[in-house]
Design a protein around this ligand. Structure first.
Ligand code: FE
Length: 183
């Protein structure tokens, strides 16, 4: 895997580990991330946020703990691992929405009536491992983050990107965007 070509590095992950089951969801990891990116494009998100949607769960591939550990009750903090791993290539406009996509779920569970009930069973299970709905004291800190709104948008695409019946562009569709964004 090339350390200086993010498109090649990530493409390899999508092709190998990405083909794996996405813990209890009806799509693979790669399908899930490609669907999230397609939803971001549909909503005319900035290039950096489309990239964030595409890459948001890459921490499930790169981290030492696996997603199976997450589903056994140990939080693998995939949002932190993914953001840190991607930081070798991408700036915070890509990595911060990724790092905040789990806090965004915890935030929405507290502030938005009906949000928690809309989550998939696997996502509701992982919520408990990830700290549960935010406490009141945590809300202001999350809202003060420059990337909070971007993280919430990413979160909504994440939640929708689990449709086994949908066809979306493949990884190649985004390779040029990744190379443009990489420093
Ligand atoms: Fe996800």
């Amino acid at each position: 895997m090339s350390a200086d070509d993010p498109a090649a590095a990530v493409a390899a992950l999508f092709a190998s580990e990405g083909a794996a089951e996405y813990f209890g969801e009806p799509v693979t990891q790669a399908e899930h991330m490609l669907q999230a990116a397609a939803l971001a494009e549909r909503d005319h998100a900035a290039r950096s946020l489309v990239a964030a949607a595409l890459l948001h769960d890459v921490g499930h591939f790169a981290s030492a703990l696996t997603g199976d550990d997450l589903m056994r009750g140990t939080d693998n903090r995939h949002e932190e691992h993914g953001a840190a791993w991607l930081g070798r290539w991408f700036g915070e406009e890509v990595t911060e929405p990724i790092r905040l996509h789990v806090p965004a779920k915890r935030y929405l569970c507290t502030v938005e009536p009906g949000y928690a009930a809309s989550l998939s069973p696997a996502s509701i299970y992982s919520l408990g491992v990830q700290g549960g709905p935010m406490q009141r004291a945590e809300l202001a800190e999350f809202e003060a983050n420059w990337y909070a709104a971007a993280a919430i948008r990413l979160r909504r695409w994440d939640d929708m990107a689990k449709d086994p019946g949908v066809q979306v562009p493949g990884f190649d569709h985004y390779a040029a965007t990744l190379l443009t964004l990489a420093r």
